[in-house]
Design a protein around this ligand. Sequence first.
Ligand code: UDP
Ligand code: MG
Length: 302
Amino acid sequence: MNLDIIVPCYNEEENIEIFLNEINNALNDFDYNIIFIDDGSQDNTLKNIKKLVSHNIKYISFSRNFGKEAAIYAGLKHTKAEYVIIMDVDLQDPPTIIPEMFKYIDSYDIVATRRVTRKGEPKIRSFFARMFYKLTNKISDIELVDGARDFRLMKRNVTDAILELEEYNRFSKGIFQWVGFKTKWIEYENIKRSKGETSWSFWKLFRYSIEGIISFSIAPLYISTIAGILFSIIAFISILFIVIKTLLFGDPVSGWPSTISVILFIGGIQLLSIGILGQYIAKTYLESKKRPIYITKEDNFE
Ligand code: UDP
Ligand code: MG
Protein backbone atom coordinates (compact mmCIF):
# COMPACT_ATOMS: atom_id res chain seq x y z
CA MET A 1 0.00 0.00 0.00
CA ASN A 2 1.15 3.45 -0.86
CA LEU A 3 0.72 5.57 2.29
CA ASP A 4 2.30 8.87 3.33
CA ILE A 5 1.82 10.29 6.82
CA ILE A 6 2.14 14.07 7.04
CA VAL A 7 3.20 15.34 10.45
CA PRO A 8 3.53 19.08 11.18
CA CYS A 9 5.91 19.81 14.08
CA TYR A 10 6.54 23.07 15.86
CA ASN A 11 8.89 22.95 18.86
CA GLU A 12 8.26 19.25 19.47
CA GLU A 13 11.79 18.00 20.22
CA GLU A 14 10.57 15.64 22.94
CA ASN A 15 7.80 14.09 20.87
CA ILE A 16 9.52 13.02 17.63
CA GLU A 17 10.99 9.78 18.93
CA ILE A 18 7.95 8.82 21.01
CA PHE A 19 5.75 9.45 17.99
CA LEU A 20 7.86 7.28 15.69
CA ASN A 21 7.84 4.42 18.19
CA GLU A 22 4.08 4.56 18.55
CA ILE A 23 3.58 4.68 14.79
CA ASN A 24 5.89 1.72 14.24
CA ASN A 25 4.03 -0.29 16.85
CA ALA A 26 0.63 0.53 15.44
CA LEU A 27 1.53 0.05 11.78
CA ASN A 28 3.98 -2.83 11.76
CA ASP A 29 2.25 -4.57 8.89
CA PHE A 30 1.81 -1.41 6.84
CA ASP A 31 4.13 0.04 4.26
CA TYR A 32 4.38 3.79 4.78
CA ASN A 33 6.48 6.94 4.58
CA ILE A 34 6.49 9.72 7.13
CA ILE A 35 6.87 13.34 6.06
CA PHE A 36 7.81 15.55 8.99
CA ILE A 37 7.33 19.25 8.45
CA ASP A 38 9.48 21.28 10.81
CA ASP A 39 7.52 24.51 10.97
CA GLY A 40 10.45 26.77 11.88
CA SER A 41 10.98 25.28 15.34
CA GLN A 42 13.41 27.09 17.62
CA ASP A 43 14.30 23.98 19.63
CA ASN A 44 15.99 20.73 18.52
CA THR A 45 13.05 19.39 16.54
CA LEU A 46 14.91 19.35 13.23
CA LYS A 47 18.02 17.87 14.80
CA ASN A 48 15.99 15.08 16.36
CA ILE A 49 14.20 14.38 13.08
CA LYS A 50 17.52 14.16 11.22
CA LYS A 51 18.87 11.76 13.85
CA LEU A 52 16.03 9.37 13.09
CA VAL A 53 15.93 9.73 9.31
CA SER A 54 15.77 6.41 7.48
CA HIS A 55 14.60 5.25 4.05
CA ASN A 56 10.94 5.94 4.84
CA ILE A 57 11.31 9.18 6.79
CA LYS A 58 11.33 12.45 4.89
CA TYR A 59 11.38 15.97 6.22
CA ILE A 60 10.86 19.53 5.08
CA SER A 61 12.15 22.34 7.25
CA PHE A 62 10.68 25.85 6.93
CA SER A 63 12.76 29.02 7.08
CA ARG A 64 10.50 30.28 9.89
CA ASN A 65 7.20 29.48 11.58
CA PHE A 66 4.50 29.60 8.89
CA GLY A 67 1.75 27.86 10.87
CA LYS A 68 0.22 24.42 10.84
CA GLU A 69 -1.93 25.22 7.80
CA ALA A 70 1.15 25.96 5.71
CA ALA A 71 2.83 22.82 7.04
CA ILE A 72 -0.10 20.66 5.97
CA TYR A 73 -0.03 22.28 2.53
CA ALA A 74 3.70 21.64 2.14
CA GLY A 75 3.21 17.99 3.09
CA LEU A 76 0.38 17.54 0.61
CA LYS A 77 2.42 19.23 -2.10
CA HIS A 78 5.26 16.76 -1.63
CA THR A 79 3.33 13.52 -1.42
CA LYS A 80 2.59 11.39 -4.45
CA ALA A 81 1.02 8.59 -2.45
CA GLU A 82 -2.37 7.03 -3.11
CA TYR A 83 -3.32 7.38 0.58
CA VAL A 84 -2.43 10.33 2.79
CA ILE A 85 -2.82 10.72 6.52
CA ILE A 86 -2.43 14.03 8.33
CA MET A 87 -1.71 13.82 12.05
CA ASP A 88 -0.18 15.69 14.99
CA VAL A 89 3.11 14.64 16.50
CA ASP A 90 1.94 15.07 20.11
CA LEU A 91 -0.03 11.78 20.05
CA GLN A 92 -3.34 13.54 20.52
CA ASP A 93 -4.20 11.71 17.32
CA PRO A 94 -3.77 8.06 18.39
CA PRO A 95 -1.93 5.96 15.76
CA THR A 96 -3.92 2.90 16.89
CA ILE A 97 -6.94 4.32 15.04
CA ILE A 98 -5.17 4.11 11.66
CA PRO A 99 -5.85 0.39 11.03
CA GLU A 100 -9.52 1.09 11.80
CA MET A 101 -9.49 3.95 9.29
CA PHE A 102 -8.36 1.60 6.55
CA LYS A 103 -11.37 -0.63 7.16
CA TYR A 104 -13.58 2.14 5.79
CA ILE A 105 -11.47 3.60 3.01
CA ASP A 106 -12.79 1.25 0.33
CA SER A 107 -16.29 2.63 0.58
CA TYR A 108 -15.36 6.24 1.43
CA ASP A 109 -13.01 8.91 0.06
CA ILE A 110 -12.10 10.37 3.47
CA VAL A 111 -11.97 8.85 6.91
CA ALA A 112 -11.90 11.76 9.35
CA THR A 113 -11.92 11.93 13.12
CA ARG A 114 -13.67 14.02 15.72
CA ARG A 115 -13.39 14.38 19.45
CA VAL A 116 -16.64 13.69 21.20
CA THR A 117 -15.45 15.14 24.50
CA ARG A 118 -13.31 18.10 25.34
CA LYS A 119 -12.07 16.62 28.61
CA GLY A 120 -8.86 18.15 29.90
CA GLU A 121 -9.51 21.41 28.10
CA PRO A 122 -10.31 24.67 29.91
CA LYS A 123 -14.13 25.11 30.24
CA ILE A 124 -14.08 28.61 28.82
CA ARG A 125 -12.23 27.42 25.74
CA SER A 126 -14.78 24.66 25.09
CA PHE A 127 -17.57 27.20 25.48
CA PHE A 128 -16.11 29.58 22.91
CA ALA A 129 -15.30 26.70 20.57
CA ARG A 130 -18.97 25.61 20.62
CA MET A 131 -20.11 29.18 20.00
CA PHE A 132 -17.73 29.43 17.06
CA TYR A 133 -19.08 26.28 15.42
CA LYS A 134 -22.69 27.37 15.92
CA LEU A 135 -22.03 30.83 14.46
CA THR A 136 -19.92 29.69 11.51
CA ASN A 137 -22.37 27.00 10.50
CA LYS A 138 -25.22 29.49 10.59
CA ILE A 139 -23.56 32.03 8.35
CA SER A 140 -21.28 30.12 6.00
CA ASP A 141 -21.80 27.76 3.06
CA ILE A 142 -19.86 24.95 4.64
CA GLU A 143 -20.84 22.76 7.57
CA LEU A 144 -18.00 22.61 10.10
CA VAL A 145 -18.17 19.58 12.39
CA ASP A 146 -17.79 20.35 16.09
CA GLY A 147 -14.67 18.69 17.46
CA ALA A 148 -13.37 17.70 14.01
CA ARG A 149 -9.61 17.13 14.07
CA ASP A 150 -7.19 17.55 11.20
CA PHE A 151 -6.35 13.84 11.74
CA ARG A 152 -7.67 12.13 8.61
CA LEU A 153 -7.03 9.59 5.91
CA MET A 154 -7.66 10.71 2.34
CA LYS A 155 -7.57 9.16 -1.10
CA ARG A 156 -5.53 10.69 -3.91
CA ASN A 157 -8.48 12.47 -5.54
CA VAL A 158 -9.15 14.34 -2.28
CA THR A 159 -5.50 15.38 -1.93
CA ASP A 160 -5.54 16.67 -5.50
CA ALA A 161 -8.71 18.63 -4.83
CA ILE A 162 -7.25 20.25 -1.72
CA LEU A 163 -4.10 21.20 -3.62
CA GLU A 164 -6.22 23.04 -6.16
CA LEU A 165 -7.15 25.52 -3.47
CA GLU A 166 -4.00 27.56 -3.57
CA GLU A 167 -5.19 30.39 -1.35
CA TYR A 168 -2.75 32.12 0.95
CA ASN A 169 -5.14 32.36 3.90
CA ARG A 170 -5.58 28.68 4.54
CA PHE A 171 -8.26 27.61 6.97
CA SER A 172 -7.87 23.84 6.72
CA LYS A 173 -11.01 22.86 8.59
CA GLY A 174 -12.99 24.85 6.04
CA ILE A 175 -10.99 23.67 3.05
CA PHE A 176 -11.47 20.01 4.02
CA GLN A 177 -15.23 20.52 4.17
CA TRP A 178 -15.38 22.71 1.11
CA VAL A 179 -13.92 20.11 -1.27
CA GLY A 180 -16.68 17.67 -0.32
CA PHE A 181 -16.34 13.88 -0.99
CA LYS A 182 -17.81 11.01 0.95
CA THR A 183 -16.60 11.14 4.53
CA LYS A 184 -16.71 8.57 7.31
CA TRP A 185 -16.36 10.06 10.81
CA ILE A 186 -14.63 8.13 13.56
CA GLU A 187 -15.14 9.43 17.08
CA TYR A 188 -12.83 9.29 20.04
CA GLU A 189 -12.29 10.85 23.44
CA ASN A 190 -9.97 13.80 23.84
CA ILE A 191 -6.42 12.76 24.70
CA LYS A 192 -3.91 14.98 26.47
CA ARG A 193 -0.79 15.87 24.50
CA SER A 194 2.24 13.67 25.15
CA LYS A 195 4.97 16.25 25.94
CA GLY A 196 5.26 20.02 25.79
CA GLU A 197 2.58 22.68 25.65
CA THR A 198 -0.08 23.51 23.07
CA SER A 199 0.98 26.46 20.94
CA TRP A 200 -2.58 27.78 20.79
CA SER A 201 -3.23 30.66 23.13
CA PHE A 202 -6.76 31.92 23.58
CA TRP A 203 -6.00 35.00 21.48
CA LYS A 204 -4.53 32.90 18.69
CA LEU A 205 -7.66 30.74 18.67
CA PHE A 206 -9.84 33.83 18.57
CA ARG A 207 -8.00 35.16 15.53
CA TYR A 208 -8.15 31.72 13.94
CA SER A 209 -11.93 31.64 14.30
CA ILE A 210 -12.33 35.10 12.77
CA GLU A 211 -10.11 33.81 9.95
CA GLY A 212 -12.45 30.84 9.54
CA ILE A 213 -15.52 33.01 9.30
CA ILE A 214 -13.95 35.52 6.89
CA SER A 215 -12.50 32.77 4.68
CA PHE A 216 -15.73 30.89 4.15
CA SER A 217 -18.52 33.40 4.49
CA ILE A 218 -19.39 36.89 3.37
CA ALA A 219 -22.32 37.05 5.78
CA PRO A 220 -20.64 39.69 7.99
CA LEU A 221 -20.78 42.05 5.02
CA TYR A 222 -24.55 41.56 4.91
CA ILE A 223 -24.71 42.52 8.55
CA SER A 224 -23.37 46.00 7.75
CA THR A 225 -25.65 46.28 4.73
CA ILE A 226 -28.72 45.30 6.71
CA ALA A 227 -27.76 47.58 9.62
CA GLY A 228 -27.34 50.40 7.10
CA ILE A 229 -30.78 49.85 5.59
CA LEU A 230 -32.37 49.52 9.01
CA PHE A 231 -30.89 52.76 10.30
CA SER A 232 -31.79 54.67 7.14
CA ILE A 233 -35.41 53.63 7.61
CA ILE A 234 -35.34 54.63 11.28
CA ALA A 235 -33.74 57.98 10.37
CA PHE A 236 -36.36 58.64 7.70
CA ILE A 237 -39.23 57.92 10.06
CA SER A 238 -37.79 60.08 12.83
CA ILE A 239 -37.19 63.00 10.42
CA LEU A 240 -40.79 62.74 9.34
CA PHE A 241 -41.84 62.62 12.97
CA ILE A 242 -39.80 65.72 13.89
CA VAL A 243 -41.02 67.73 10.89
CA ILE A 244 -44.66 66.98 11.65
CA LYS A 245 -44.17 67.57 15.37
CA THR A 246 -42.51 70.95 14.72
CA LEU A 247 -45.25 72.01 12.32
CA LEU A 248 -47.95 71.11 14.81
CA PHE A 249 -46.39 72.09 18.15
CA GLY A 250 -43.55 74.55 17.39
CA ASP A 251 -39.91 73.88 18.28
CA PRO A 252 -38.87 73.89 21.94
CA VAL A 253 -35.15 72.87 22.12
CA SER A 254 -34.84 69.61 23.98
CA GLY A 255 -33.43 66.14 23.68
CA TRP A 256 -29.72 66.93 23.64
CA PRO A 257 -28.65 63.74 25.51
CA SER A 258 -30.68 61.51 23.22
CA THR A 259 -29.10 63.21 20.19
CA ILE A 260 -25.64 62.48 21.50
CA SER A 261 -26.44 58.83 22.23
CA VAL A 262 -27.85 58.40 18.75
CA ILE A 263 -24.71 59.95 17.25
CA LEU A 264 -22.49 57.65 19.30
CA PHE A 265 -24.56 54.60 18.43
CA ILE A 266 -24.52 55.31 14.71
CA GLY A 267 -20.81 56.11 14.91
CA GLY A 268 -20.23 52.71 16.52
CA ILE A 269 -22.17 50.88 13.84
CA GLN A 270 -20.21 52.74 11.15
CA LEU A 271 -16.87 51.81 12.67
CA LEU A 272 -17.96 48.20 12.99
CA SER A 273 -18.99 48.13 9.35
CA ILE A 274 -15.74 49.68 8.22
CA GLY A 275 -13.91 47.14 10.37
CA ILE A 276 -15.73 44.23 8.75
CA LEU A 277 -15.13 45.67 5.30
CA GLY A 278 -11.48 46.16 6.22
CA GLN A 279 -11.12 42.48 7.15
CA TYR A 280 -12.19 41.43 3.69
CA ILE A 281 -10.04 44.02 1.96
CA ALA A 282 -7.07 42.91 4.05
CA LYS A 283 -7.59 39.31 2.94
CA THR A 284 -7.90 40.38 -0.69
CA TYR A 285 -4.72 42.42 -0.29
CA LEU A 286 -2.80 39.45 1.09
CA GLU A 287 -4.12 37.12 -1.60
CA SER A 288 -3.27 39.56 -4.37
CA LYS A 289 0.39 39.64 -3.36
CA LYS A 290 0.61 35.95 -4.28
CA ARG A 291 3.29 35.29 -1.69
CA PRO A 292 4.42 31.69 -1.28
CA ILE A 293 2.56 29.79 1.45
CA TYR A 294 5.84 28.57 2.94
CA ILE A 295 9.58 28.80 2.30
CA THR A 296 11.76 25.72 2.57
CA LYS A 297 15.12 25.99 4.32
CA GLU A 298 16.08 22.39 3.69
CA ASP A 299 14.56 18.97 3.00
CA ASN A 300 15.60 15.45 2.05
CA PHE A 301 13.43 15.03 -1.03
CA GLU A 302 15.23 14.29 -4.28
N1 UDP B 1 2.02 23.01 14.80
C1 UDP B 1 2.71 23.51 13.69
N2 UDP B 1 2.88 24.86 13.55
C2 UDP B 1 2.39 25.76 14.46
C3 UDP B 1 1.67 25.25 15.56
C4 UDP B 1 1.50 23.88 15.70
O1 UDP B 1 3.16 22.74 12.84
O2 UDP B 1 2.59 26.95 14.29
C5 UDP B 1 1.83 21.55 14.96
C6 UDP B 1 2.24 20.98 16.32
O3 UDP B 1 3.59 20.65 16.37
C7 UDP B 1 1.34 19.76 16.45
C8 UDP B 1 0.08 20.19 15.72
O4 UDP B 1 0.45 21.26 14.85
O5 UDP B 1 1.89 18.61 15.81
C9 UDP B 1 -1.02 20.63 16.67
O6 UDP B 1 -0.54 21.64 17.53
P1 UDP B 1 -0.93 21.73 19.06
O7 UDP B 1 -0.80 20.40 19.72
O8 UDP B 1 -0.16 22.86 19.64
O9 UDP B 1 -2.47 22.14 18.95
P2 UDP B 1 -3.73 21.49 19.71
O10 UDP B 1 -3.55 20.01 19.66
O11 UDP B 1 -3.70 22.04 21.08
O12 UDP B 1 -4.89 21.96 18.89
MG1 MG C 1 -2.01 18.92 20.26
